[in-house]
Design a protein around this ligand. Structure first.
Ligand SMILES: [Zn+2]
Length: 316
């Protein structure tokens, strides 16, 4: 199943999703221009809802789809574990300028205010620009007071650990890790949540510094990208956490896959073009497209010359 992407303009956004990934502008954004910061590829969220783009259910909102076919899509166990909404969200992000310095709560710290949800996320680097930089975690020994003071100096990022990202790198940003990024196109796999606490904003937007400083885990220290698996593996695990698993697929030919009817697969094509074959039908997928394979699908086959991410929920 494919979905209509939902576009979000951001003050730090650019035009790289179109320029480098060939992504057509989402219908909800209407006019072209700079500032297309986020493309929500798969989202069951009131702030931006995905709609089915193909097949007999085209036009149906993701929320409705989940409420009617939750068990077929998620599998019985995951549906029971997530009765309210689809647990994950997939975004493409074009951070032309620097995002706000931010942190997301975990289960415990999210409960401080009603209606907030925890958010652990992962970034996969698709296109690092010339001046690309990622800041993730604090430098060793940094305290809340150090961090607060740094935002009043000419170098508001001085307390954060930083590195130059490379294409194909994956970064695990557990809830409570302070982070920001500049000059990079990313795929973001995250828990379905909008809760972001801004500690500092380069565009002068409102911040929630006191709460943000409370949520940051200072013990965690610097966070570096995950050491990538060997390049020649057609299917390699990039990351496994309590919230999701991400595999990297590098295919030149074909690979057989199986949801085992126990959990859905989310496929996001990073480069090349792929075809998904299932019960005699073929579904083409282009670069920067995301496709949902329902748990009920069972066996399927991926063909072509392409690289993709395969994300799913951990076994419960
Ligand atoms: Zn974030």
């Amino acid at each position: 199943m494919k979905f209509e992407p939902f576009g979000v303009r951001k003050p730090w956004g650019g035009d790289a999703l179109t320029r480098h990934l060939g992504k057509p502008l989402p219908r909800n954004l209407m006019s072209v221009g700079m500032g297309w910061g986020e493309s929500w590829e798969l989202s069951d969220n009131d702030d931006g809802m995905s709609h089915v783009a193909n097949g007999p259910l085209a036009g149906t909102s993701f929320r409705r789809l989940i409420s009617e076919y939750g068990e077929e899509i998620l599998g019985a166990r995951h549906r029971a574990a997530f009765p309210d909404c689809f647990p994950l969200r997939v975004k493409l992000i074009d951070a032309r300028d620097t995002l706000s310095v931010q942190v997301h709560p975990d289960e415990e710290t999210a409960r401080i205010e009603l209606g907030e949800r925890p958010k652990t996320e992962a970034w996969h680097v698709v296109y690092p620009g010339k001046n690309a930089q990622v800041w993730c975690g604090t430098k060793t020994g940094v305290t809340a007071e150090d961090l607060r003071r740094s935002f009043d100096t000419p170098d508001p990022l001085s307390c954060l650990h930083s590195f130059q990202p490379e294409v194909g790198q994956t970064l695990f940003i557990a809830a409570r890790t302070v982070h920001t990024v500049s000059g990079v196109v990313l795929v973001e796999i995250q828990q379905n949540s909008n809760t972001t606490l801004r500690l500092y904003d380069f565009g002068g937007r409102n911040v929630d510094l006191d709460r943000g400083l409370e949520v940051v885990d200072y013990e965690r220290g610097p966070v570096d990208p995950i050491v990538p698996p060997p390049a020649d593996q057609p299917l390699a695990k990039l990351l496994e956490c309590d919230q999701f698993v991400i595999n990297r697929l590098r295919i030149d030919g074909a690979i057989e896959q199986d949801t085992s009817r126990t959990g859905m697969h989310i496929l996001t094509v990073l480069s090349g073009s792929a075809g998904l074959a299932w019960r005699g039908a073929k579904y083409p997928m282009q670069t920067a497209e995301t496709l949902l394979v329902p748990a009920s699908a069972g066996e399927y086959r991926l063909e072509g010359v392409f690289e993709a991410l395969q994300s799913y929920l951990p076994v419960v």
